[in-house]
Ligand binder design. Structure first.
Ligand code: GAR
Length: 212
C-alpha cells in the first residue's frame, strides 16, 4: 500500500464581525476550496443578533459574543476578547466589519497577525464612516484597504488596496455596496496569501515570500 500523501492543515482564521457579514461570507465561501489554504475556525462579535453570526451558525462555525457593556471597562473587555480569540488558536485574525478597536491585551497576543478591512483608501477617511466621509469630501475615487492592525485608528501597515469610482447620484448606501463588492475580492485574495505564504512586516511594508 502506498503512503497517503500528507496535506498541510489549512490556516485557522478567527473572524470578528459587528454587522451583516458579507465579507465573512466571502471568506467562508472561499474556504470551501481546500486549495484556499485557510478555514474559518470561529466567528466572534461584540453584538448579539447580527446577520454575521447567523451566517457562521448556518455553516456550523463556532461563535462567541462579547458585548462591551458586559464588562467592567474597556480593558477588561479587551482582555476577554484576547482570551476568547486565543481559545480558537488562530493563525490569523480578520476584522471584517468589526466596529471596535483592538486594545493592548489583544495586540500583545495577536499584533502582526490581525488584519482589518476598511471601506476607504487609507489614510483617507479612517473611522466608522468611510463611504459617508468620502462622499462628503467629493472624491471621485475611493475604495477599500486591508491593513495590519496596530494601536491606532486604521493606521497599520497596508497589505492591499482596491480603487472604486464614486458615481454621480451615489448615496452612502450605493457607494458602500459598490465598495463591498470589490472589498470582498480583495479580502479573499490577500487573506488567502497571508494564510498560504510566509510574510514579513518591516516598518510599514509587508513582503511576501521566505525571508532571505
Ligand atoms: C465593510 O465595508 C468594512 O470595510 C466596514 O464595514 C463593512 C462590513 O460589511 N468596516 C468599517 O467600516 C470599519 N471601520 P459586512 O458586514 O457586510 O462584511
Amino acid at each position: 500500500m502506498g503512503a497517503v500523501p500528507s496535506r498541510v492543515e489549512p490556516s485557522r482564521l478567527v473572524v470578528l464581525v459587528s454587522g451583516s457579514g458579507t465579507n465573512l461570507q466571502a471568506l467562508i465561501d472561499a474556504a470551501a476550496d481546500p486549495d484556499y489554504g485557510a478555514r474559518v475556525a470561529a466567528v466572534g462579535s461584540d453584538r448579539h443578533g447580527i446577520e454575521g453570526l447567523e451566517r457562521a451558525e448556518r455553516h456550523g462555525i463556532d461563535t462567541f459574543v462579547l458585548p462591551t457593556a458586559d464588562f467592567d471597562g474597556r480593558d477588561a473587555w479587551d482582555a476577554a476578547l484576547a482570551s476568547e480569540v486565543a481559545a480558537h488558536r488562530p493563525d490569523l485574525v480578520v476584522l471584517a466589519g468589526f466596529m471596535k478597536l483592538a486594545g493592548p491585551a489583544f495586540l500583545a497576543r495577536f499584533g502582526g497577525r490581525t488584519v482589518n478591512t476598511h471601506p476607504a483608501l487609507l489614510p483617507a477617511f479612517p473611522g466608522m464612516h468611510g463611504p459617508r466621509d468620502a462622499l462628503a469630501h467629493g472624491v471621485k475615487v475611493t475604495g477599500a484597504t486591508l491593513f495590519v492592525v496596530d494601536a491606532g485608528v486604521d493606521t497599520g501597515p497596508i497589505v492591499a488596496q482596491v480603487a472604486v469610482p464614486v458615481l454621480p447620484g451615489d448615496d452612502e448606501r450605493t457607494l458602500h455596496d459598490r465598495i463591498r463588492t470589490s472589498e470582498r475580492s480583495m479580502l479573499v485574495e490577500w487573506v488567502g496569501r497571508m494564510a498560504r505564504e510566509p510574510y514579513t512586516i518591516t516598518d510599514r511594508t509587508i513582503t511576501f515570500g521566505a525571508a532571505v
